[in-house]
Write a protein that binds this ligand. Sequence first.
Ligand SMILES: *[C@@H]1O[C@H](CO)[C@@H](O)[C@H](O)[C@H]1NC(C)=O
Ligand SMILES: *[C@@H]1O[C@H](CO)[C@@H](O)[C@H](O)[C@H]1NC(C)=O
Ligand SMILES: *[C@@H]1O[C@H](CO)[C@@H](O)[C@H](O)[C@H]1NC(C)=O
Ligand SMILES: *[C@@H]1O[C@H](CO)[C@@H](O)[C@H](O)[C@H]1NC(C)=O
Ligand SMILES: *[C@@H]1O[C@H](CO)[C@@H](O)[C@H](O)[C@H]1NC(C)=O
Ligand SMILES: *[C@@H]1O[C@H](CO)[C@@H](O)[C@H](O)[C@H]1NC(C)=O
Length: 311
Amino acid sequence: MVGLVVAATCFLSITRSWWDGTHQTGCGKELPPGQFTGSVSNITIISSGSERSYLVFVPPHYSPCVAKPIIFSYHGGDRTAEDQLKLDQLTNPEFNKNAFVVYPQGINDKWQGVPNITTNDTQFTADILRDVESRYCIDSSRIWATGKSDGAGFCNILACDPILSTRFAAFAPVSGAYYVDALPCDPTTVVSPCFPGRRNIPFLAFHGGNDTTIAFAGGERKNECLPSIPHFIREWAERDGLGSHNITEPLADDAVIYSFGGGSVQLVYDSVMGHDWPSTILNADNSAAGHHPASFNASRMIIDFFESHSL
Ligand SMILES: *[C@@H]1O[C@H](CO)[C@@H](O)[C@H](O)[C@H]1NC(C)=O
Ligand SMILES: *[C@@H]1O[C@H](CO)[C@@H](O)[C@H](O)[C@H]1NC(C)=O
Ligand SMILES: *[C@@H]1O[C@H](CO)[C@@H](O)[C@H](O)[C@H]1NC(C)=O
Ligand SMILES: *[C@@H]1O[C@H](CO)[C@@H](O)[C@H](O)[C@H]1NC(C)=O
Ligand SMILES: *[C@@H]1O[C@H](CO)[C@@H](O)[C@H](O)[C@H]1NC(C)=O
Ligand SMILES: *[C@@H]1O[C@H](CO)[C@@H](O)[C@H](O)[C@H]1NC(C)=O
């Protein structure tokens, strides 16, 4: 009897995917050979004529009959997909048991948007999306993006893209490098080129006050301009039609949350944190000399933020 109910539910989801019409979905399909629930696989695809790869984590209780959300997590500059998997803890069941996680690998460990990098990672992201949606049963209303440093900067490029901003439901960049090709650089007024395809983009950013790589105050770097982080987040609030005033709430002794428009745009500011992924336990960032663990886990806040935003 239970088996019949499961079969009927799966049949319904296959029927729905059949009726999806425009593109093939993975609903009702078994996992590809060699892939298992709760584990990570390395996938190779061709994008813009080049061989590219990404890691994909299949959530522990995945069944091809139930559509699951998916998180894209972009590594920092000169780091790898594997480094990001260890850093973001999004495959740790303590933070995420429900969503797929994809870790795209940048060419030469770099992303589009970094000065002088001309790779089309927007196209790469669209190609990965098509690939995962054809293999797995993905809930297309719950596709989310996060990343660290240059990978966070690339999240912002996705959020500013006319098309991909309409595919991703929310963005959560950490210690982001949001380069703007504008000199001389005035970090408090520089305008980020940004053309999202909708006006209600949920955006949660994290940044440290002692970030000696991507300064909270912004400034010139690699012959381009980094905005001050408060200015950058206010641009998002204004773009989303939320005004520029925030509600400031304490998060910990050294950290506050600036919330705009009821919290759909937020900046988590930790005044003593370096260029890190905030975590109360040691990670590759906060264990470096002069760094220290944070008083909160960004991974928890990111998952909660994502779970509360769907398309
Ligand atoms: C995934 O496969 C690609 C292409 O073969 C390779 O370059 C990359 O190092 C692999 N990644 C991992 C984490 O094994
Ligand atoms: C990436 O490719 C898409 C279409 O395939 C194109 O519209 C876009 O302009 C390209 N972006 C860059 C930065 O080259
Ligand atoms: C980018 O390329 C230009 C022209 O080749 C060069 O002048 C500039 O120094 C490069 N910038 C960086 C950060 O490498
Ligand atoms: C939030 O508001 C407070 C009080 O007006 C202000 O001091 C702070 O700079 C604002 N933060 C941002 C990111 O705009
Ligand atoms: C700020 O970070 C640097 C390393 O990037 C470290 O040397 C310094 O001690 C830190 N300052 C504080 C006040 O934590
Ligand atoms: C942060 O996450 C770690 C696991 O990565 C956990 O041990 C710790 O209790 C969490 N801290 C808080 C304050 O929730």
